[in-house]
Design a protein around this ligand. Structure first.
Ligand code: FCA
Length: 328
């Protein structure tokens, strides 16, 4: 070895040691999410890290936007002798493949947000924590109805319609849309005035494209009600509307999530994103990881299904509510 590289040896040893980064008996848990840029998933990771700190396990965060990334992520966890995996999969129909791969490494699986299903769409027998999607959808619908009433809008007026970027591949997505649609029609909006359009990517740009399709098809609409699977769908559609001259006075959009909508609430002037049903990334991140840790260390399997609740936030109360939840 040349003299000049001797000094690198201690550095290399340190790198190997810190790369291992875990004590011999330390539990490793993986946390795979489908959309790592989305604030919801970043918050899940943030709270999972708090659980890791509290219980002293090693958390491996993996962003996987397609099936092959999920499978290589599980191989990676297997190589690190991980014992558990909390996962929101990019495609829930990968369920059987995920379970098979995890079994190969003796890794326990906990589904979060999106329930894993088999090829026929039947839920798989793995613990699941999701949101109470139908009820939260109804909260969205109710928030829109209440605000429309305040503005004196008559939902039977044919110049008022709803635009809903959907995510029909997911049961939780279908339930959210169903809940909101039912409340709106019960309040007088004709079902034929609800225009859905799939948000192909589940993010804001997907919501923007879905919104544009609806807007092009229905230029006669003067006032829009907007709801979706998540904040991203609503925000995307609202941006498309703003591009065509609609504004906070002619749009009532209510999302699901909270952290993405918050960026609009922080703007000096109101936008078409009127509200959001804030859901609970702490439960979905901290509690799933905690329950997984206890499953591994105490053999106590998490409850089969936990469905979490939501709280409406708007420009008026988001600061208070989100500060209380550790989200601001
Ligand atoms: C699904 C949605 C996310 C989030 C989560 C709770 O995974 O795609 O945006 O709403 O449920």
């Amino acid at each position: 070895m040349k003299r000049s590289v001797w000094f690198l040896i201690p550095l290399a040893i340190a790198a190997v040691l810190s790369g291992c980064g875990k004590k011999n008996d330390q539990v490793t848990i993986g946390f795979i999410v489908k959309q790592p840029d989305e604030p919801w998933f970043q918050n899940e990771w943030k709270f999972a890290r708090q659980a890791a700190e509290k219980y002293g396990f090693q958390l491996v965060e993996i962003g996987a936007t397609d099936g092959s990334q999920v499978l290589s992520g599980i191989d990676n966890l297997g190589a690190q002798s991980a014992k558990g995996l909390v996962i929101c999969a990019p495609d829930v129909r990968l369920g059987p493949g995920i379970l098979q791969k995890a079994k190969q490494y003796n890794i326990k699986v906990y589904a979060v947000d999106d329930q894993l299903v088999d090829a026929d769409g039947k839920p798989l027998d793995v613990p699941y924590m999701g949101i109470s999607a139908y009820d939260i959808g109804k909260q969205v619908g109710q928030a829109i109805v209440d605000e429309a009433k305040k503005r004196g809008w008559n939902l039977k007026d044919p110049s008022i319609a709803a635009c809903a970027p959907t995510f029909p591949e997911l049961e939780t997505g279908r339930q959210r849309i169903k809940g909101a649609s039912e409340v709106l029609t019960a309040a007088g909006l004709p079902a034929s005035q609800i225009f859905t359009s799939p948000n192909k990517t589940g993010d804001t740009s997907g919501g923007f494209s879905a919104g544009n399709i609806v807007l092009t098809q229905h230029p006669q609409v003067k006032k829009w009600l907007v709801f979706s699977t998540n904040d991203e769908g609503v925000m995307g559609a609202v941006r498309a509307m703003e591009n065509r001259g609609y504004n906070a006075e002619t749009i009532i959009g209510v999302g699901i999530g909270g952290s993405t909508a918050m960026t609009d609430f922080k703007k000096p002037k109101p936008t078409g994103v009127f509200g959001s049903v804030l859901i609970d990334p702490k439960r979905h991140g901290f509690e799933t990881s905690e329950l997984m840790y206890k499953w591994i260390t105490e053999g106590k399997e998490p409850p089969k299904v936990i469905l979490t609740t939501g709280t409406l936030i708007t420009r008026d109360n988001f600061e208070k509510v989100m500060t209380e939840r550790g989200l601001l």
